[in-house]
Design a protein around this ligand. Sequence first.
Ligand code: DGL
Length: 278
Amino acid sequence: MKPKKTSPTTTPKNTKIGILDSGVGGLTVLLEITKIIPHADIEYIADSSHCPYGAKSPTEIQHRVTTLSKQLIKKGVDIIVIACNSATIHAVESLRSSFHIPFVGMEPAIKPATLTTKSNTIGILATEASIAGEKFHHLLNTHAPANKIKVITQPCPKFVTLVEAGTITGTSVQKAIHEYTSHMILAGADTLVLGCTHYPFLKPAIQQTLGNNINIIDTGNAVAKRTLSLIPNNQTTNNQTPTINIHTTGNLNHLISIFPKLCPSLIQSASLQQLITS
Ligand code: DGL
């Protein structure tokens, strides 16, 4: 009688999630993802040498995120989260048709804002590229028709510059908040949408400046939930310690200096690395 073959016991691999953004803004999404998917391995790319995407053309944005997606796929990711509204608006379709891997995108939370507002006036803070996008206008026409909701849009490039510099509190932040939001509040907006992933780093400062009567909405948590929904159940929990690699195409020393301010909870677990792209 032949001896019974015993199959070697293989520990299930952690799911590996790729995340990309024009810079460190997508870390706001990474923080939400690690809260609800603590066992995933993460490869994050901050394209800080090409930030801001908000001032770039759709073609330039598509080119950058295609390059970054190839890098993430080389690192063996199972899924890619485009933690950037501008890139989702201009490139998610082309990425989905170019690569055979699931992509999670994100868009400004216009619908939730229209369901929350009592004054029927909402402010949408997003990049210039997002606001110019066809997808953005489609979202507006679908969820916030002009005869029902007054929408005030505002690009906030200084917010991106501040966050990339690691400045999330202080006078320069307050000045920028006033510059970008005062007219919205004067016009009666009671709900603000943070339609760029850099902006949630300034949420505490914005809330403090505008007061608690203003409802501030962002989509990080919803994107994390959507990502979780794409991961097979058996891969969400196992005993392998997850790895979190944060790559920057920008200056690594700068990232090392600002990271503790942006992600204090990840100082011990994240490894910061340089990435060279063509
Ligand atoms: N964080 C990005 C977004 O969500 C873009 C910021 C920028 O590079 O302009 O749109």
